[in-house]
Design a protein around this ligand. Structure first.
Ligand SMILES: C[S@@+](CC[C@H](N)C(=O)[O-])C[C@H]1O[C@@H](n2cnc3c(N)ncnc32)[C@H](O)[C@@H]1O
Length: 212
């Protein structure tokens, strides 16, 4: 399987693919352990998730998708990295996942099709920003298509952030609040994390519920 060609720079895609290949070399015991992102942890702590239909954009190593599956959700996900999909398939086997409730495919965030009201929950963790000029339109499309009373779980970068060869489209906290005016926030936060020497990065994350 090859990585899909997307607007995301090849070098970045290769970086993530290498990471997923390295993770696939971990022991089966390690690969069974799940480490969901902070907004997903909050969602799992506060919301009755059994039976919810979830769509995850750019599922990566699957920590979020498998955590939601284990909490009773019906999960659909995708990623443009072939090694992500291979890792997800291997972890699904290890975890004894029921394929009726967990489906993953190789797809591009820009062209992945889903219907109005098809999902109760859409999760986009550290990925929408790689749609560049299409980031905001995709954010709006997701918000529009989530079922009434459903949930949007999001994390993305904001400033401070080092300059990148292709400038990332940071969605600011103000833009989020403006686009989700009528939604109820279960959580909304920003962080700054020094991920390496001289590399301080900003993050914004939220869990929000669409009005009924
Ligand atoms: C920073 S990682 C985040 C992965 C995962 N969501 C997480 O939170 O751990 C970014 C992910 O986006 C994927 N990606 C980048 N551009 C993409 C695109 N256009 N369509 C689908 N996936 C893409 C990469 O393969 C990578 O898995």
């Amino acid at each position: 399987m090859e990585n899909l060609q997307t607007e995301t720079p090849l070098k970045w895609m290769k970086g993530w693919s290498e990471l997923y290949k390295k993770q696939s070399e971990l022991s089966d015991e390690e690969l069974k352990k799940l480490d969901p992102s902070y907004p997903v942890q909050l969602f799992l702590s506060f919301v009755d998730t059994a039976g919810l239909k979830v769509l995850e954009f750019a599922s990566g190593n699957g920590d979020n998708a498998f955590s939601l599956y284990k909490a009773g959700c019906i999960v659909t996900g995708f990623d443009a990295s072939a090694s992500s999909i291979e890792l997800l398939k291997y972890r699904a086997e290890l975890l004894g996942v029921d394929s009726e409730r967990f489906q993953m495919s190789l797809a591009d965030m820009l062209s992945f099709l889903f219907r109005q009201d098809e999902f109760d929950v859409v999760l986009a963790n550290q990925c929408l920003q790689y749609l560049f000029d299409n980031t905001i339109p995709k954010f709006r499309e997701i918000a529009e298509k989530i079922k009434p009373g459903g949930w949007f779980i999001y994390s993305g970068n904001i400033l401070p952030h080092k300059a990148t060869e292709k400038p990332i489209r940071f969605i600011t906290p103000e833009e989020i609040k403006d686009m989700l005016k009528d939604w109820k926030f279960l959580s909304f936060g920003t962080d700054e994390i020094l991920i390496a020497e001289d590399d301080l990065r900003g993050y914004v994350h939220f869990v929000a519920r669409k009005p009924e």
